[in-house]
Ligand binder design. Structure first.
Ligand code: ADP
Ligand code: ADP
Ligand code: ADP
Length: 214
């Protein structure tokens, strides 16, 4: 299966993607996680992305599309993948269509996670992320780690992402509405979109998502 996950920052894309990828036996590809890994390793790609991320803006398409294409071409993604955070604007959606068309493959679905803005703000404000692997996320109220400040999965240190601070969150939401939301209509035109509510317990949302993708 080839699936795109969309939804505002804090909707629970990363959280759901981890479970869905496991259930569907496909890799979870998050461009945000790829950028953060590059930043922590100090790669040239990370250096290119850093300032944009800090400001809550999109990293330029030239950098992003190449990185996503590179990741999708790895062996584990040959039979399918779950894209989280890519594409994030119309040009990226069109670039993805071209990448897939060149290999004679198509998307199976676009899962749109719907959450009211006040809930998104609460989720992001309380999000804590693992320094060793940003796919490992927690929440100060909704998903506490067993030991304060320590990642259950790998023992890494938990911290608040710089772009999860309030000023930057507002900017990211604005960017989401302006740049990312239009891709939902684009994919609707291709008959690919299923929208589900991302409210409720994590497991409930996963069940809803699995049913919607069936
Ligand atoms: P996204 O990848 O869309 O930005 P995350 O998956 O990182 O979102 O989730 C944002 C925050 O909300 C995290 O702290 C996560 O633990 C928490 N979260 C995710 N899903 C739920 C849920 N169903 N209920 C409450 N909190 C959630
Ligand atoms: P969230 O899960 O909260 O939506 P992400 O980890 O997906 O956040 O993204 C964090 C930041 O990484 C974005 O604000 C943006 O700067 C950058 N980023 C991630 N994916 C893309 C993309 N497809 N295009 C451009 N920038 C991206
Ligand atoms: P380094 O050259 O030190 O290994 P890079 O930042 O160039 O680090 O690359 C990190 C990862 O991102 C590599 O897997 C690389 O293939 C990929 N990458 C970097 N820049 C691009 C780009 N513009 N287009 C496609 N993939 C890229």
């Amino acid at each position: 299966m080839r699936i795109v996950l969309v939804g505002p920052p804090g909707a629970g894309k990363g959280t759901q993607a981890a479970y869905l990828a496991k259930n569907l036996s496909i890799p979870h590809i998050s461009t945000g996680d790829l950028f953060r890994a590059n930043i922590s390793q100090g790669t040239p790609l990370g250096k290119q992305a850093q300032e944009f991320m800090k400001a809550g803006e999109l990293v330029p398409d030239e950098v992003t599309v190449g990185m996503a294409k590179d990741r999708m071409s790895q062996a584990d993604a040959a039979e399918g993948f779950l894209l989280d955070g890519f594409p994030r604007n119309l040009d990226q959606a069109k670039a993805l269509d071209e990448i897939l068309a060149a290999q004679d493959i198509t998307l199976d679905g676009v899962l749109d996670l719907e959450v009211p803005e006040d809930e998104v703000v609460k989720r992001i404000a309380g999000r804590r992320t693992c320094r060793s692997n940003s796919a490992h996320t927690y929440h100060v109220e909704y998903k506490k780690p067993k030991t304060d400040g320590v990642c259950d999965e790998c023992g890494g240190e938990l911290y608040q992402r710089e772009d999860d601070r309030e000023e930057t969150v507002r900017k990211r939401l604005e960017v989401y509405h302006r740049e990312t939301e239009p891709i939902i209509d684009y994919y609707r035109g291709q008959g690919l979109v299923v929208t589900i509510s991302a409210l409720g317990k994590v497991a409930e949302v996963t069940e809803r998502a699995m049913a919607a993708l069936d």
